[in-house]
Design a protein around this ligand. Structure first.
Ligand code: ZN
Length: 441
């Protein structure tokens, strides 16, 4: 990993300052919602009210949902179609509010399983409610508004940077780059010890790296380490807690909807029910009983600019029964996450297994709108893509070469460049389908 060029870092910092001003201007709305959330309210009633209002809005003003009948919010929701990322990307404008005001929105970009990034618009309400609930989580941990936050290891920084984030309640934030020489790392360690963060926020791998950097040194323990964005393995949490002397609380979310659930002090993931409704479905898209594992499907109850309703996350998990309470006392429903996004294995002619994900990751880098790997037989694999501009014969050759490198020359690789995707159960967008007999997979 090389250090980012100084002019790229300057450009990034300039963009970041502009974002900080934008967030600061939104803070009055954040604080207003935060105060409302400090009051007493019935979560279930709030959810029904927000769901009813969202679905009525969608049916009236969002093209893909136009005219859908809306009555009881929960049974109405079940009649709305599931939405997969590829469909959303292909049909973006039809998922937006007819009377959208772009000046009030911010766009987030997600990459992921199919090459092209997806743009999702968040409106002012979404931004205010998301920030207000994040602030409430911080305050519940005993952190003040003007807390000190450390974001360790930024690959696009070449230095230590500090700033005040008015938009998150006037937090003092420090970040530092992830590459440098010995002198750089001694400086970073000294700065961390001087900064004395109240809270560390980052991907689990970055927090583990921070623990390695500070191991054996005497540094003040933060109140908590908040992780997000990657699976937090138990060994990682243990390592972080041992070195930094603070509990690790993980969050689960998607850029498309921001935080979905966050861990409480008892370790349970509580759904952020004020903003997010979660369902769990099987391969055919039907609801599974509470406690059973399936694909998590989320609805953003707040964002109107581009309502995400029954959006398929591709992640696996299960819902605790609605009435089940956590020891921490929160009324928010609990979610169990299961190692998700594991597409299963390809089987070679000799019966050995090959990780499909290796092939899928390579396909994800090609100029294709969507891709799918289908194992037809032990010695036959079909790769289906829907090409975008810029797809060349070299890309075509690379697909075959990558498949042969993974599976061996005895496997016949068939290519379909025009998107004749295979449906699997009721799921429209699965990246890997195995047609081998059940016992052979
Ligand atoms: Zn809890």
């Amino acid at each position: 990993v090389t250090r980012p060029a100084a002019d790229e870092v300057e450009a990034r910092l300039r963009r970041h300052r502009a974002e900080l001003i934008d967030e600061a201007l939104r803070f009055p709305a954040v604080y207003r919602e935060y105060q409302r959330y400090q009051g007493d309210y019935d979560l279930a009633a709030l959810q029904r009210e927000r769901m009813a209002s969202l679905l009525a809005h969608a049916a009236a003003r969002v093209p893909v949902y136009r005219g859908l009948a809306v009555d009881d919010p929960i049974s109405t929701l079940a009649r709305f179609p599931l939405v997969a990322k590829a469909e959303l990307r292909a049909n973006l404008a039809d998922h937006c509010d007819d009377e959208l005001d772009p000046a009030q929105c911010r766009a987030v970009f997600t990459t992921g399983t199919s090459g092209q990034p997806l743009r999702v618009l968040h409106d002012a309400d979404h931004l205010a409610h998301t920030a207000a609930l994040a602030l409430r989580r911080a305050v519940r941990l005993g952190l003040p508004f003007d807390r000190k936050v450390l974001h360790p290891f930024h690959s696009n920084l070449d230095r230590w940077v500090e700033y005040t984030s008015a938009g998150s309640g006037f937090a003092r934030v420090a970040e530092f780059g992830s590459t440098g020489d010995e002198a750089y790392w001694s400086e970073v360690v000294e700065r961390i010890r001087g900064f004395r963060p109240d809270v560390v926020v980052g991907h689990p791998t970055a927090c583990v790296r921070l623990a390695e950097l500070l191991a054996g040194l005497d540094a003040t323990a933060p109140v908590a380490v908040l992780t997000w964005g990657e699976r937090l393995a138990p060994g990682m949490a243990e390592r972080i807690t041992t070195v930094l002397g603070a509990p690790v609380l993980d969050g689960y979310g998607l850029r498309e909807v921001s935080t979905v659930a966050a861990q409480c002090a008892s370790g349970a993931y509580h759904i952020e029910g004020e903003r997010i409704w979660v369902e769990v479905v099987d391969d055919s898209g039907a609801a599974v009983p509470d406690g059973e594992v399936g694909e998590l499907v989320v609805t953003n109850l707040v964002n109107r600019a581009m309502p995400l309703i029954r959006y398929r996350t591709g992640d696996l998990g299960s819902l605790a029964p609605a009435g089940q309470r956590c020891a921490c006392g929160l009324p928010h429903r609990m979610l169990t996450l299961v190692e998700g996004r594991t597409p299963g294995s390809l089987v070679r002619p000799d019966g050995s297994r090959a990780p499909t994900i290796v092939l899928l990751r390579k396909l994800a880098r090609l100029p294709v709108e969507r891709y799918q790997v289908v194992q037809v037989a032990r010695d036959e694999v079909r790769v289906i893509v829907k090409r975008l501009d810029g797809f060349t014969p070299e890309h075509q050759r690379s697909i075959v070469e990558d498949a042969v490198a993974l599976l061996g020359a005895a496997v016949r690789v068939e290519l379909d460049l025009d998107g004749g995707f295979v449906a699997h159960g009721g799921r429209k967008a699965v990246d890997f389908v195995s047609l081998l007999p059940e016992g052979d997979r």
